[in-house]
Design a binder for this molecule. Structure first.
Ligand code: SAM
Length: 293
């Protein structure tokens, strides 16, 4: 089913690309603050009326913004660091409506490749027609579950690059475990794919979100499905080592965007009589800076 990205206030998440409109709303919201952690001047126009309608329809409402805002801010830091440390190509898988090639201070010589479904990339190209990226930008329309197609893309990018940073921001959770494992395996093959930044939930948090906060869309066609059992260990089996593990609970506190009821959530999820910290970690999400072992 093609993604409906027109400026109509239809709140249904009927295609996974609709989630790109949803998260863009939160980047627009952060950009309006005087003390914004980042400024995305295109987020509002990209999110459009549909993005606003989707964000409003989700049960957790505006309070869901904190995790997307934290993720954007922390990944900005991790990406810039990887580039400073030598990445010459960024391969952003499931790029959605991310605008980092336009808003981050990037070297002109950097190559940035965005991959996502054709409709969302066409919508984005149209909305950003007057904007100028700061580095060489290429867009590749592709269903990333099509294994032969993605392997040919990975082979080509590998041949053309010295050191590739892969990003899968907001993608893995929408894959099945088999799809996530197969993608991890394919990302392990190209020798120049040196680093990978991924965000993952713990299985406990995924289960909790499916039963509570995201119940409304988890019952439809688009579902949150994957949280790596064992966390970073899942990726280690395929030759990736977690050089960096940043917990969303801690990072959100560090950047000053903790969820509104964080303290109550900590108490609620702590085991009876427990210390709180470990049980809370089971209901957490992480940003992983993976490196080839
Ligand atoms: N990375 C972007 C960001 O953080 O703003 C977008 C995240 S959005 C939550 C999830 C993205 O995954 C959507 O843009 C969706 O189209 C993309 N996606 C999910 N499954 C995909 C697949 N099989 N092939 C290509 N893109 C996919």
């Amino acid at each position: 089913m093609p993604v409906r990205t027109q400026d109509t206030p239809d709140p249904d998440i009927s295609h996974v690309s609709d989630t790109a409109l949803w998260v863009a709303v939160y980047r627009a919201m952060e950009s309006r603050r005087d003390d914004a952690l980042f400024r995305d001047p295109y987020a509002e126009r990209l999110a459009g009326a549909r993005g606003e309608a989707i964000a409003k329809s989700q049960e957790q409402g505006a309070s869901g913004a904190w995790s997307v805002i934290t993720r954007t801010a922390v990944l900005d830091e991790m990406i810039l660091r990887a580039i400073r440390e030598g990445a010459d190509t960024v391969l952003n898988l499931a790029a959605g409506l991310d605008t980092r090639p336009y808003r981050l201070p990037l070297p002109q010589a950097l190559r940035w490749i965005e991959v996502d479904f054709p409709d969302i990339l066409a919508y984005k190209a149209d909305k950003l027609a007057d904007a100028q990226p700061r580095c060489a930008l290429e867009r590749v329309p592709l269903d990333l579950t099509r294994r032969d197609d993605r392997r040919s893309l990975f082979d080509r990018v590998d041949r053309e690059s010295g050191a590739v940073l892969v990003i899968t921001e907001g993608l893995l959770v929408y894959l099945s475990q088999d799809e996530a494992a197969a993608l991890t395996e394919d990302l392990s093959a190209p020798p120049h794919f040196c680093r990978w930044i991924a965000d993952v939930l713990t299985p406990e948090l995924l289960d909790w979100l499916r039963r509570t906060a995201f119940k409304s869309f988890a019952s439809g066609e688009v579902q949150m499905r994957f949280a790596p059992p064992g966390g970073a260990a899942f990726f280690e089996r395929y030759g990736w080592r977690a050089g960096t593990v940043r917990r969303v609970s801690e990072e959100s506190r560090r950047v000053g965007r903790e969820m509104p009821n964080a303290e109550a959530f900590r108490l609620l999820t702590a085991a009876p009589g427990g210390e709180g910290r470990e049980p809370y970690a089971r209901f957490d999400a992480c940003f992983l800076g993976l490196e080839r072992a």
